[in-house]
Ligand binder design. Structure first.
Ligand code: ADP
Length: 261
């Protein structure tokens, strides 16, 4: 750095230095706030299932254990609570890796049609609970090869289809469609005829822990992290995700992905 003798330049540089420091401090403050909020959210999310499990176990110890039927029922419920905790911790693990940029994409060419069908098989039972029909346009019987991280794209499909079931109506349907967007991109659409989302919430959907209906969503057993994981994965691929939704009618989430050939 050259030594500055000119007073005006010196003043300017001192001011700039002070501004830079101020901005640095602001950034640190925002980060600190973010961390505090994150920790608060995490402990809040963990508390509900933990107390549920504890409640069932305490009741069992308190004598409910002696009744064979109650014992089975309460143990099953406690197990559900533990399952829920495992899902939350897995989501947290995923989000922390995605946000720290620690997660390398394992890129390969794969058939997205087959992947969608595998995800349907995986979620068939969950859909049956609400008698929701999972459908896939028949014209996609031929393979469509894409380029991406297969495991992560599977996670995207699972999260979006699980949501379409969770927020879908009984006897409703979820339809997956794939279309060519440009010569080298395709778009995958996941469309449901469920409850839909009010427009004012749409910009916040991808925020961590954001839920439209806190109590309702909690009853459905999500962590509020599903969509933010989806967004991170799609952005890590340099691709885009879109939402279209009409309150009371249904929603459509779609994302782009690169064609392999
Ligand atoms: P959650 O674990 O709560 O499902 P997500 O991040 O996956 O968390 O979704 C955030 C919120 O977005 C949900 O709580 C719900 O309010 C809303 N949402 C997501 N998908 C849909 C959908 N297909 N239809 C209606 N609302 C949805």
């Amino acid at each position: 750095q050259p030594i500055t003798t000119d007073m005006a330049t010196l003043t300017r540089e001192v001011k700039k230095f002070a501004m830079d420091k101020k901005m640095e401090i602001e950034t640190l403050k925002v980060r600190e706030e973010y961390r505090r909020e994150f920790l608060g959210n995490v402990s809040h999310e963990l508390k509900t299932p933990l107390f549920t499990v504890q409640g069932y176990l305490l009741t069992l110890l308190d004598g409910a254990m002696n009744d064979k039927n109650i014992r089975k029922k309460y143990l099953e419920r406690a197990e559900k609570g533990v399952e829920r905790l495992i899902f939350i911790v897995q989501d947290l693990d995923m989000i922390s890796k995605l946000e720290s940029g620690d997660l390398n994409l394992n890129l390969s060419k794969f058939n997205i049609v087959e992947l969608v069908q595998n995800v349907f098989d995986l979620l068939e039972m969950k859909a049956e609970e609400k008698n929701i029909l999972l459908s896939f346009d028949r014209k996609y019987l031929r393979p469509i090869r894409v380029f991406g991280d297969q495991e992560k794209i599977q996670q995207v499909l699972v999260n979006l289809i699980v949501n379409s079931i969770k927020y879908g109506k009984v006897n409703g349907s979820t339809e997956v469609g794939i279309e060519s967007l440009t010569d080298n991109k395709i778009i995958v659409r996941i469309k449901d005829d469920g409850e839909g989302i009010e427009p004012q919430y749409i910009p916040r959907l991808f925020e961590r822990f954001f839920r439209v209906d806190k109590s309702g969503a909690r009853a459905e057993g999500g962590s509020g992290l599903g969509l933010s994981i989806v967004k991170h994965i799609i952005e890590a691929h340099d691709e885009k995700i879109y939402i279209e939704s009409e309150f009371g009618k249904g929603s459509e989430f779609s994302f782009t992905i690169e064609k392999a050939e």
